[in-house]
Design a protein around this ligand. Structure first.
Ligand code: B12
Length: 209
């Protein structure tokens, strides 16, 4: 199969898992930058989000598109990681309690791996205590919190507070579509990034890289 990023966007949007994986593989085989392959898939998720908002499609279609993106992302991940160097710092990443959206968080984790961090992905619906436990066990220097729902954003404050109370040295950063730098400041986080690329710059800045 020939590399075709427009077809990849269309495959993710249509929820075609097999095509998403194959087109990702083809793009990598032809030497395309893994970041542009990632961008083709995130464009599809943006389109899906807009169509959901406009009432053109519903949760099942969103979920199917999300699964197609994950299929492509699974192929892409080693290529992103290969761009990095040996991990110097460990980061913990997860989606806060009550929230099941994991695509953005997983992308941030992938990009951080690509930037040379060791990443512990705690998954979704993660309680504050679990973030603290993992940060302590793994000696994390960075903790990333994701929330996609306005109803779960407030849970970020509890995680930041629990991490501060633990006395661990980890920096805490937040992200997810409804979050803003102002909100990050309000909950006492060390930073905010609007997308996975900016999350890499932010991590580097906070870790002094
Ligand atoms: C896919 C999707 C789903 C899938 C999730 C599948 C999965 N495995 O993740 C499913 C179908 C399960 C789902 C369910 C629901 N969803 Co939904 N979903 C979406 C959708 C379409 C895309 C989200 C996504 O993956 N975007 C692509 C990724 C790449 O973008 P991202 O997450 O924003 O992440 C980027 C940045 O934000 C940032 N980032 C993200 N996390 C982090 C973390 C850190 C540390 C940093 C630095 C940066 C960072 O970097 C990422 C990469 O660039 C959005 C619409 C949208 N466009 O956002 C709605 C959306 C988030 N969902 C919405 C809703 C309402 C729901 C449901 C309540 C629907 C329902 N009635 O059941 C449930 C909630 C379930 C729950 N408890 O969580 C609303 C939220 C509205 C609101 N104001 O709160 C949205 C905005 C749709 C809409 N327009 O109404 N959803």
């Amino acid at each position: 199969m020939a590399a075709d990023l427009a077809a990849l966007t269309a495959a993710v949007e249509a929820g075609d898992r097999a095509a998403a994986a194959e087109l990702t593989r083809a793009a990598l085989d032809e030497g395309l930058d893994p970041r542009s392959v990632l961008a083709a898939m995130t464009a599809a998720m943006d389109a899906v989000g807009r169509r959901f908002q406009d009432g053109e499609l519903f949760v099942p279609e969103m979920l199917i598109a999300a699964r197609a993106m994950k299929a492509g992302a699974a192929v892409l991940e080693p290529a992103l990681a290969a761009a990095g160097v040996a991990p110097e710092f460990t980061a913990v990443v997860g989606t806060v309690e009550g929230d099941l959206h994991d695509i953005g968080k997983s992308l941030v984790g992938m990009m951080w791996r690509g930037a040379g961090l060791e990443v512990v992905d705690l998954g979704v619906n993660v309680p504050a205590a679990r973030f603290v436990e993992a940060a302590r066990e793994r000696g994390a220097r960075l903790v990333g919190l994701s929330a996609l729902l306005t109803t779960t954003m407030p849970n970020m404050r509890g995680v930041v507070e629990a991490l501060r109370a633990s006395g661990l040295p980890a920096k805490v950063v937040i992200g997810g579509a409804p979050t803003t730098p102002e909100f990050a400041a309000q909950v006492g986080a060390d930073g905010h990034a609007p997308d996975a690329g900016a999350a890499v710059d932010l991590a580097r800045r906070l870790l002094g890289g």
